[in-house]
Ligand binder design. Structure first.
Ligand code: HEC
Length: 459
């Protein structure tokens, strides 16, 4: 399947794709597109009636849209999909329309076009119940559940159709195409005290290899499949024929860190590494076997034991992982000063991504000012956008309500970044850590993207 190739390329995007795609049942914890940051109360711009190909986005062909589609969905359809469908469609079964995270469930439904706002009764979400009799809830049964689903979708559709005052967009960039995107090294945005390293961030020494796990699509570090019995950590420390994977971590402030690895320990005697920080002692890192799934395991010296702690001072440190058992894989390593942090939400501290760069030097009168935005052509019918960042060579820019326009049209459900309001000073910074899935319009070879802000002031 075509998009599996891309899954192989970029793990964290793969995890998002897995959430909304039809053909993946990846066991990797999805990296949720940043939870919707707040609901937007800002009025909307006029939505033009461009030739939009999918019924799912036909709501835009109404007059004006209120932007908070996720909010309306969360009050209408989402409670039903969680209650009736969540037992299967929350993590494992695509589409993830029953995910407890409303933004994720909304994205899954919109990107796979399971609702038809123009003909609500023809929505797949309704037909699955009333016609297909697909896993209907015992109470109230297929027919009644279909009716309730239809009513909920109607309420959702009405909510986002409600006319809002028109507020002209202050600035709009020139359009760019997917072919204008350039591969760039980007820095992930994580909470303070969180550092994340993905397999491609590690330098690998044979016989360990950097490869891609075919089942999950995860780029991984793999220990050799043949055992090399060294007996203990002391022997291992002195054995230079063992494979290693190392990375340099840059700690911003002194702290006590615990670590988590996204690991695959397929079977007994295949579920451990050795680990050391800087010139410290090599310690065994043991975790439970997971039947070739990838699970997050804390770095501990006994299976399920207390997590090891590492006192790191601000500055650069080296983490080295050594082979201890055969056929073990590491996809990600997360360091955090908060042991309760959910490591699956961490972004790679450094990675490559396809980036569009919208020139904003005109409206800002600041030479070189721009907005960079990552774009991924991630599925047959969708784009994934994330990490909008302002580049501000001098001075500062106050920006509010970022909209991504596809072929000059803003669609109300593409409202993830409308909650943005920030004053960004030189050299620039992130506007949002959220991700947004948008349905394609005329296809990735034709669609033109531009960005607009309702407020945009440069100083
Ligand atoms: C017991 C597990 C289970 C439950 C509960 C369940 N589904 Fe499914 N669903 C599946 C499986 C398995 C598939 C894939 C095979 C198929 O298409 O039937 C699927 C596929 C789908 C699809 C994609 C295929 C299509 O026809 O569009 C949709 C939509 C869907 N389910 C909707 C729902 C809705 C809505 C609910 C809740 C009312 C629900 N499912 C409850 C297991 C479940």
């Amino acid at each position: 399947m075509d998009h599996m190739k891309r899954l192989a390329k970029v793990t964290w995007i793969a995890a998002i794709a897995a959430m909304a795609s039809h053909c993946s049942t990846s066991k990797v914890q999805p990296y949720l597109p940043g939870a919707k940051e707040a609901s937007s109360s800002s009025p909307t711009t006029t939505v033009t009636d461009g030739a939009i190909s999918t019924a799912a986005i036909a709501i835009a062909n109404g007059e004006h849209g209120s932007v908070d589609s996720v909010g309306a969905f969360d009050k209408t359809v989402h409670p039903l999909t969680v209650k009736w469908c969540g037992s299967c469609h929350d993590k494992a079964q695509s589409p993830l329309l029953g995910a407890s995270d409303a933004t994720a469930a909304h994205a899954a439904i919109i990107s796979t076009q399971k609702v038809d706002f123009n003909a609500v009764d023809k929505s797949r979400l309704v037909l699955r119940l009333s016609t297909d009799k697909h896993n209907c809830p015992v109470d109230p049964g297929c027919g009644e559940a279909g009716k309730q689903m239809q009513a909920a979708i109607q309420t959702w559709a009405d909510a986002i159709k409600t006319a809002a005052t028109v507020n002209p967009v202050t600035i709009t960039s020139d359009p760019l195409h997917l072919s204008d995107a350039k591969e760039q090294t980007v820095v992930g945005v994580n909470p303070d005290g969180v550092l994340a390293y993905f397999a491609p961030n590690f330098k690998v020494k044979a016989p360990m290899v950097a490869t891609t796990d075919k089942t999950s699509g995860n780029p991984v570090i793999n220990t050799p499949t043949t055992e090399k019995a060294v007996g203990n950590a002391t022997n291992a420390a002195g054995d230079n024929s063992l494979g290693t994977a190392s990375t340099t971590v840059n700690v911003a402030t002194d702290g006590t860190y615990t670590m988590f690895g996204l690991v695959n320990g397929p079977a007994a005697a295949m579920a451990s590494f050795y680990i050391k920080v800087d010139g410290g002692t090599l310690q065994p890192w043991l975790f439970k076997t997971n039947a070739a799934a990838f699970t997050w395991e804390s770095v501990a010296s006994t299976v399920g034991g207390e997590a090891l702690t590492f006192n790191l001072t601000a500055g650069a440190h080296t983490i080295e992982i050594r082979q201890r058992q055969p056929g073990v894989q590491l996809a990600r390593l997360v360091l955090t000063t908060n042991p309760k942090f959910d490591p699956s939400t961490a972004q790679a501290t450094s990675r490559t991504a396809n980036q569009l760069k919208f020139d904003l030097s005109g409206p800002s009168k600041i030479a070189g000012a721009a907005l960079t935005l990552e774009i991924e052509d991630y599925a047959a019918n969708g784009y994934l956008f994330r990490n909008p960042r302002l580049v501000v060579p001098t001075g500062s820019i106050h920006a509010k309500d970022l909209r991504i326009l596809i072929n000059n049209t803003f669609l109300p459900q593409n409202a993830t970044f409308t909650v943005v309001e920030a004053t960004v000073a030189a050299p620039g910074g992130a506007l949002s850590t959220a991700a947004m899935i948008a349905v394609k319009d005329q296809g990735s070879d034709k669609d033109a993207f531009s960005v607009s802000f309702a407020t945009f002031e440069a100083k």
